[in-house]
Design a protein around this ligand. Sequence first.
Ligand code: NOJ
Length: 886
Amino acid sequence: MRSIVTAGLLAFAGSAVAQDFSHEGNFGAPFPNTTYPGFESSNPYAVAGSLANQTSPPKYPSPWGAGTGEWTAAYTRARAFVSQLTLEEKVNLTTGTGWELDRCVGQTGSIPRLGFRAMCLQDSPVGIRDTDFNSVFPAGVNVAATWDRGVAYARGRGMGQEHKGKGIDMQLGPVAGPLGRTPEGGRNWEGFSPDPVLTGQMFAQSIQGIQSAGVMTSAKHYIAYEQEHFRQTSDAESFGFNISEPDSANLDDVTMHELYLWPFADGVKAGATSVMCSYNQVNNSQACQNSYILNYLLKGELGFQGFVVSDWLGTHSGVSSILAGLDMTMPGDGNAYDSGDSYFGANLTVAVLNGTVPAWRLDDMAVRIMAGFYFVDTNASRPDINFSSWTTDTYGYEHYHVGEGYTEINGHVNVIADHGALIRDIGSRSTVLLKNVNNTLPLNGREPLTAVFGSDAGPNIDGPNSCSDRGCDNGTLGMAWGSGSANFPYLITPDTAIQNTVLNAGGVYESSLDNGAITAMAALSRRANASIFFANADSGEGYIQVDGNLGDRNNLTFWQGADAALSTVAANCKNTILVVHSVGPVLLEGWKNHPNITAILWAGVPGQETGNSIADVLYGRVNPGAKLPFTIGANRTDYGTDILYTPNGDVPQIQFTEGNFIDYRAFDQHNTTPTYEFGFGLSYATFKYSNLRITKLNVSDYVPYSGYSTAAPTYGNSSYSSSAHLFPSNFTRVPLYQYPWLNSTDLTKASNDPHYGADGLVPEGAQNSSARPIPRAGGAPGGNPMLYDILYQVEATITNTGSLAGEEVPQLYINRGGQYDPVRELRGFERLSIQPNTTTTFHVDITRRDVSSWDPVMQDWFRQNATQRVFVGSSSRDLPLQGVLA
Ligand code: NOJ
């Protein structure tokens, strides 16, 4: 069905690394005249989910950074810096030194001549990975559940400050890919929500928060990285699968723009300094060498001014990736950790010398990297790197993997500051109250006997950090597993925190923390006045499996044998309160309808203060105001999407045929009743919605962008002779380390790369340095600035009709009016704090982008010639106020 076409590429001899040029992706005649099942339309290509429109056409050359607008000062400094550099020094900025060969999970080369130390790139999106005296913040999915932009910013800033204190230059996060196409997706929790608007807002705020601390971000993983299975051949092989390339996420241009690219547009607009390309292929072209997604969408249409860094071993070629838009390879090694060779490094030096990579392209890579560095003013204060990812011992090897450079390697610098209070607050503000019969909650602590149940309420008895990268589900779920983990400085369990509250209030407390102890649980729950049961569901990154879950979850049920234990407790206690710690949706229909379950809370993955956070909500110290950032369906099949668990070919093909219809868009489309809908969440207060006002602003019509770039600039002396690039004499090399220097003046031998001289291809136009047209939907970071013009202002009145002060998140949804558009899509929200018997105003600015649809033929946004409706309410299905955007 899909052919991999190489027409349009020119043969070119003498590329330094000539692998994988054939993987240019699905393209051919764009938009062939086909129709497909279920849709009758004169323009079928405008329909999300179209198989006919899954293309990654070649797009060259790679756009050079313009450095205008907010980026002007950073580009001025970056250009001045790069102008001083030699060829090797530029290459050093682009190439990691190798896995476990320096202290950070990724480290560039340095420029000693100018006193510029290596850049330290470090996970992770919940706190600093692989060190000590750091905090563990709530996961991204919890931030989304707060629906509070201020929380996203504050958490980002707190994390950024901690990274700064350890000498880290770039935090590897935040995450908007995976978006959450399937609820089972292993890394959804690292990101925010399957809704692109909610994710986009939280992503942008997180980026600005982290960068406000003088730390660069890597907005990841770009793009359509929606499952762990088959993301890398090495992971797949370790689990016994036989695949030859990473899976290909196949999606059409409408789905790309309206769903998966949307939050990245917000991230780029917010000033993201780097974007990490993902492991998967997109339309059968590796994400890190896919010229359509990197050159055209990201650097062209979205006007991205920072740099593209590969995911770790996500680089599959040198020259072709560079020409397709990759600027930095991490951790630097070639196709295996500590392979001793690199697709960049010396091979890049050779490729510039033999003309395969134009000098302007290397200059652009270096300028983009340094512009990111200056954009956040990284060097205003730049502590030394004072930790090692590979050991928390005080003394160890600088070049850990090869055992060289024994020194004091960890300063154990405490960067926690007062972040515990923030973490506790985010934990409680992200807890969603789903059920609360007869005001069961809040408890007052004076219930005669309070009992807490479940393995998820207690500790991991081996220690909170005992499982490497949290690759187990023992005790309470404060964090899920993978590179998105960090070491806990401490972990307050629900058992501890609830016990403290009850004893302080004068009550009596017991707990039973082993889900296997059914008899004991039955006995205790018969006596208890309030039984609080904790259950969880975990997932993580695909290099670790837990209980047969290869990153992605195998099901949407509870882990740790919680179902049987919960059944027992609920059968014996008429006041059973269920608390769920989970990475995403779990099936709750049965528990929702259970007569003895009086309350249900979803608390997500809350970080180190988890126990305190949940106790704050249970006992009313915090009035819950969070809302579900995803749909909780009654059945797994209701979502209409799933993980591809077994390869359907040598290169697994994942068809995003559902188009835009993921999560609530799918439930609405198919009229399926969820257990709890997207956006749902109760409070101890109640709110009334009234008085919708829609104001149309007088805004000029959309004008497609029509400008050109400059010609590609070069900086400093960019004409290099091939003789001056040998290793300095008497230079002592660290084994396996990546250097930019050459072994020989004979370029065919210079990098010791056996692939030299293999047939190489340079795509047509890839070396063209002339001024190039900017896409009509482009023109500035985030896309055509007119997309962000405010077309309407919508307001509504929200009244707190309860007796307690509370927080409510009014939500605004739009129907774009097209025949195939989702029933409703989130476009606005605000977390409002409202005193009892008072009213407040909910205000949303509706932009042109908010009411627009993507036309893949025109390659631009357009507005449907149809009635566009607006809905305001407290969830995606409780929308009392409705109007028309006239
Ligand atoms: C692979 C993961 O996909 C990415 O998120 C992480 O930043 C790198 N490894 C580095 O650990």
